[in-house]
Design a protein around this ligand. Structure first.
Ligand code: F6R
Length: 243
């Protein structure tokens, strides 16, 4: 695992955007696995700047997002579909048909999840997967459990995740209770993984996930077994890792 400790959120966003830009430049038709949440927002801003400066071309890039709330329509401003358009897709020259996000409006979880795995396989797999890190160690919406879920599946969100995500909704009651998420197996099959993390409130889970035992109780700990993981964090998020 490679760790980049940056001084603050801006610097970590710049570093992460540089790593993604290098992926796009070296393989213009690459498949990016993308994340939502607050952590990657700065990274997306920097990628947009690079596109606007003429340094990046997204015309052949394909994407597959990690997850989506079940039950939210695409025009709901809390859907991850909406988030991705607001924060990246509408600002770069990516072809809409090259972007993929699980469809939260599909009622039949099994069919939608199997379909999403087929979509990823048809893209030839993910070249670089961008991740954030939940306070409970979740990646995507793979919550602490007694095993590592393999494929895309429907999850019941844990109270701590609903609590953490209610800041984006009018109230905790409005946070959907279920989501579709790539499985741990899906994530681990990505050729490269880039995780961005910031803030003191993530310091404990960073230490636990990447320096503690590998266990499904801390889903991100599995990344210790991936051959190509880069973790970009600020000083605060890295403050509890053993030096
Ligand atoms: C988002 C996702 C989640 C977030 C995690 C951290 O697509 O899959 O795992 O990355 O909840 O969220 P933030 O960045 O808001 O702290």
């Amino acid at each position: 695992m490679k760790f980049y400790e940056e001084k603050d959120y801006d610097a970590l966003s710049q570093r992460a955007a540089n790593i993604i830009a290098a992926q796009i430049v070296t393989k213009p038709d690459c498949v990016l696995g993308l994340a939502t949440g607050s952590s990657p927002v700065g990274t997306y801003k920097r990628l947009i700047e690079k596109y606007e400066n003429g340094d990046l071309d997204f015309s052949q890039v394909k994407t597959a997002n990690l997850d989506e709330y079940k039950g939210l329509t695409r025009d709901n401003d809390q859907s991850y579909y909406y988030f991705m358009h607001e924060n990246l897709f509408d600002h770069v020259n990516i072809c809409p048909e090259n972007t993929n996000i699980p469809d939260g409006t599909k009622e039949d979880s099994e069919t939608e999840c199997a379909h999403y795995e087929e979509v990823i396989a048809s893209l030839g797999g993910v070249d670089l997967q961008l991740l954030g890190l939940g306070h409970n160690g979740h990646i995507g919406f793979n919550e602490p459990a007694c095993d590592f879920p393999q494929a895309t599946h429907c999850v019941d969100l844990q109270e701590s995740t609903i609590e953490a995500n209610k800041r984006f909704f009018a109230s905790a009651d409005d946070v959907p209770r279920q989501a579709y998420t790539m499985g741990i197996g899906t994530i681990m099959r990505a050729k490269k993984i880039l995780l961005v993390v910031s803030g003191e409130d993530k310091a404990d889970i960073v230490a636990k996930a990447f320096f503690g035992p590998v266990t499904p109780e801390v889903p991100a700990s599995i990344l210790q077994f991936h051959p190509d993981v880069t973790i970009v964090g600020d000083k605060a998020a890295f403050s509890k890792i053993p030096h």
